[in-house]
Write a protein that binds this ligand. Sequence first.
Ligand code: NAP
Ligand code: SF4
Length: 684
Amino acid sequence: MPMAGKALYPHLLEPLDLGFTTLRNRCIMGSMHTRIELLDNSIDREAAYYAERAKGEVGLIVTGGYAPNPYGRMDEQSAVFNDAAQIADQKRITDAVHAEGGKICMQILHAGRYAKIPETVGASDLPTPINPVTPRALSNDEIEATIEDFAHTASLAQQAGYDGVEIMGSEGYLITQFCASRTNNRDDEWGGSFENRTRFALDIMRRIRSRVGTDFIVIFRLSALDLVEDGFNRDETLRFAREIEATGVDIISTGIGWHEARIPTIAHVVPRGAWRSFVGQIKAAVSVPVAASNRINTPEIAESVIADGDADLVALARPMLADAYFMAKARQGRADEINSCIACNQACLDPIFGKSHASCLVNPAACREIEFEMKPVQTAKRIAVIGAGPGGLSFAVTAAERGHKITLYEADDAIGGQLRLARNVPGKEEFNETLRYYTRRLEVLGVNVRLGHKADADGLAAEAPAGSYDEIIIATGVHPRALDLDGADHSMVMSYADVLTGRAVPGRRVAIIGAGGIGFDVAEYLTAGRSAGEGSTQEFLAEWGVDMTHAGPGGLAEKPSVPRKSTHDVTLLQRKPSRMGRSLGLTTGWVNRTVLPQRGVKMIAGVDYHRIDDSGLHISVNGEDKLIEADSIVVCAGQEPSRGLHDALAVRGIKAHLIGGAHEAAELDAQRAIEQATRLALDI
Ligand code: NAP
Ligand code: SF4
């Protein structure tokens, strides 16, 4: 019998009394842009998406941002909520959440100069490095009108049944742009002094409170740390927090870093709970409840942030995509069944910036609750799944959840496939959580897992189709592509799989052939100066130039950042002439592209490979011959599908479903494998 959650997470599961209403626990579902609004039946989809999280027992939901007027939209397709005619649709969302016993606040966000629309507006006409459009400075009348627009949207939200609103005042959006001298060079009553720069935020909050009355949750999302030059220092941040408190907010929820900051704040390289001490300073300065966010992805870390007094609540955004039942499982003492967010951004943030909509790598049903509905089966099938990599695992778990009888064969002595390699890369330790999740779910669901068993065609043929199995799923994955090069069999040549498992130990000078995701991972593995699972928040902050005391503007350290010491001299090579690392994630790739050169990694594009011999790797670039002197050459040249079993079954006339890398290795990633497998398991 699992230990009841209340004994394990007493602070996290403690209700929060706001006076006029009580949250059932200390977990907020943090606001996140999903762009569900781009899809057909978007209101039904949003209602299902939020209702699922309410059913999963989160204490309070905050929606993705709604603009208070058209200028505040993130882009031309983003949602504006400024018309009473929209109330009926919004009420369908709030009704769905309330029917599941949840509470929901609407976030109101004005993007300011981050808006990707033809005419952007800002506190001043100062451009941002992350938007090519230069903003127009708002006039005095427009500022007054914008304050009124915020209050109007809050009032509409109240009429639509929302339990409250959150005002987005962090991450570098319009309100933050007014606050910081970095983005505000006005010389009128809205610029110059601290009082003038913060007036916009304070006026909005006062106007909203007077419009919605007292029995309505008002949250201000405050930047605990700007991480940009000329951002707030600690004293300004704390003073601002106290002034925001005085406007009558119920909760201060904190954000970390402007979007244009060149310091990762939520990516996988950020240690769990890395920002909690900055939030703790705000909590110590005010009396209203304060929420912490960013890289809090387990009930344990959430509990410790609250128990240690750094915050009163936690706001989890991506972890709520990864598992809608995060809080229910925590309460039931089933935290080992939580599908944890691995901070990859691959299926949530990256698609949003690529103009698609969010989902989740580990939970492809996120934001697609309607189409991924879990229907129990009428007649259970006996299904053999061959291969326990991401595809095989997700098929096995989803099909077993529906009621099918699954036998999962894995030739290795452990489940995981490529996930077991990825977790050894420093910064990608979160893959251990994915393995923990699958291990536990297989156990709970009673899947027959046969490790160290290489299923062969003869054995399966004896059991299918008339025998034991009704269906066979081939998820046999991939194998590293061999190098077709003179000297490829030299003793210094090794595959990435050997390096990442520790079977091969490269010498000091390393040439990496292939600069896709895995080439970059190997470069990180060799130069991080730490093993996966090691490293501290202090080291991370030092490496990225963050001042723990937050004494100076933006919390940036006066001294330059401190690169970790690399034990290897690495050269990363690709044949394409294009920029290195283009295939990396949109919102995470820049992190690798920033740190690797700092650690001395040389990157060479447009390479022709000629041969390998005792002196190293012979190449030419732009027709000029070069020698990369190396002790070891690591091949990261992609993968080929492992389809031998599928083909052998086909010869015997036995049909099998081919999924994941075995289906198509090109550009294979865990996201595609898991989504494909889950869709099949929901259909079979
Ligand atoms: P990949 O992304 O396909 O990269 C392999 C690279 O090797 C190619 O870009 C290619 O670049 C080079 N190559 C291909 N054939 C070659 C040959 N015969 N000889 C020499 N070079 C050759 O594959 P991967 O790096 O193994 O990654 C596999 C999948 O996992 C990808 O979908 C990737 O997105 C995903 N992944 C992503 C990340 C991440 O985003 N951080 C990390 C790990 C894995 P040139 O032809 O230009 O040399
Ligand atoms: Fe977390 Fe990755 Fe899922 Fe985004 S896609 S919610 S970062 S696991």
